[in-house]
Design a protein around this ligand. Structure first.
Ligand SMILES: [Cu+2]
Length: 371
């Protein structure tokens, strides 16, 4: 019987998992180990504290509430970061696994979103809390899901001193007007109807864009085709890179010079290095799995691959058109998104990785467990 995959074998970074005093360290390592010993896994899950438990499978309102409780509180704002209270808030920022499940479609043909540009401390691992610029206090921002032809009414209100904006790649709209920057207390509103299905990036487009995307202001809008697609378990993965300064006041700020140097500290799916190693994505034998992969960058490609599997379908462009069959790895460029599908007809633990392994090693790796 083949040896089960181990984190070290797979090139997963052990950042945040190495401190022997750390309980999450233990649970993280054990999480990988228990892929081979399922009973141990359930025992470990049972002994986690509430804050460490995976959040219930998300609905958008629940995600909102969860993000609100974890990240929206005013004590986590950057403007207090230099103070004792700020350091305490950074230290207290809880770790929350980012739920990768695609949220349900809205009822009706209209989606109204009113988001705020906020600063927030976000814990991305045991040892690292970042002082992020965010949409809605969430890193990456909330997942948006709509259909081709739906009306998306979007408002951004800026709560902070630095100007911010919103650029949806799913929109065809005059960017000078719709994607303009707004200052503290101001709002910008625009409406669009996505013409094409696919996985699209959104991001703050305020100059320098590198700094705003790289500091956390990015996310995914998934546009489903009106004609529907084959039944599947659908997940959203947003790859991003972290370029961080040393810790100060309990959190690490983002480092623009490092962003220019393009040598990241971490690369990860959904904002937390190795989070789906510790708590995998789980499906059943026979499930079709659809990964909507968006690469927020800001700079490097995501060479998406599932170890031990092949994508029977990949949509290069708007699904369900232009299917490509039998793909092993395909690169999602920064600012792009691609829909990948596989049929999980074999049980096992399948690592999904950025097969550019320098970046898989830095945290862009997780487990798809087929039970
Ligand atoms: Cu911004």
């Amino acid at each position: 019987m083949p040896e089960p995959p181990r984190l070290s074998d797979l090139g997963g970074s052990t950042e945040g998992l190495n401190d022997p005093r750390s309980r999450r360290s233990f649970l993280g390592k054990a999480g990988a180990l228990t892929l081979a010993i399922p009973a141990l896994g359930s025992a470990l899950v049972a002994c986690r504290s509430d804050s460490e438990q995976e959040r219930p499978k998300s609905r958008p309102e629940e995600q909102e509430r969860a993000h609100g409780q974890d990240l929206h509180n005013s004590s986590s704002r950057l403007d207090t970061a230099a103070s004792t209270a700020g350091a305490a808030a950074a230290a207290a920022a809880p770790f929350a696994r980012y739920a990768p499940e695609l949220p349900p479609l809205p009822t009706g043909n209209r989606l109204q979103l009113h988001w705020h540009a906020r600063e927030a401390h976000v814990r991305i691992s045991d040892s690292t809390t970042v002082a992020a610029w965010t949409f809605e206090g969430s890193l990456p921002g909330p997942i948006v899901h709509c259909r081709v032809g739906d009306t998306v009414e979007f408002t951004l209100t800026n709560d902070v001193d630095i100007p911010h904006s919103m650029d949806f790649h799913a929109a065809q709209i005059d960017p000078k007007t719709a994607f303009r920057s707004v200052t503290k207390g101001q709002s910008v509103t625009f409406t669009f109807k996505p013409k094409f299905a696919g996985a699209f990036m959104y991001h703050c487009g305020t100059a320098p864009v590198l700094l705003h995307i790289g500091s956390g202001m990015h996310g995914a809008i998934i546009v489903s085709p009106r004609e529907g697609m084959p039944q599947a378990k659908e997940f959203v993965l947003v790859q991003s890179e972290y370029y961080l300064a040393n810790e100060a006041g309990g959190a690490r700020a983002f480092d623009y010079q490092k962003m220019l140097s393009t040598l990241p500290d971490f690369v990860c799916f959904n904002g937390r290095p190795n989070q789906y190693i510790a708590e995998p994505v789980r499906v059943k034998v026979g499930d079709r799995v659809r990964f909507w992969v968006v690469n927020a960058g800001p700079t490097h490609p995501c060479n998406f691959h599932v170890v031990g599997e092949q994508f029977d379908t990949m949509y290069l462009g708007a699904p369900p058109g232009t299917p490509i069959r039998g793909v092993q790895t395909w690169d999602v460029p920064p600012g792009g998104g691609i829909c990948f599908e596989l049929l999980c007809d074999v049980p096992g633990e399948f690592p999904f990785v950025n097969h550019g392994f320098g970046h898989g090693q830095k945290g862009a790796i997780g487990f798809l467990v087929v039970e």
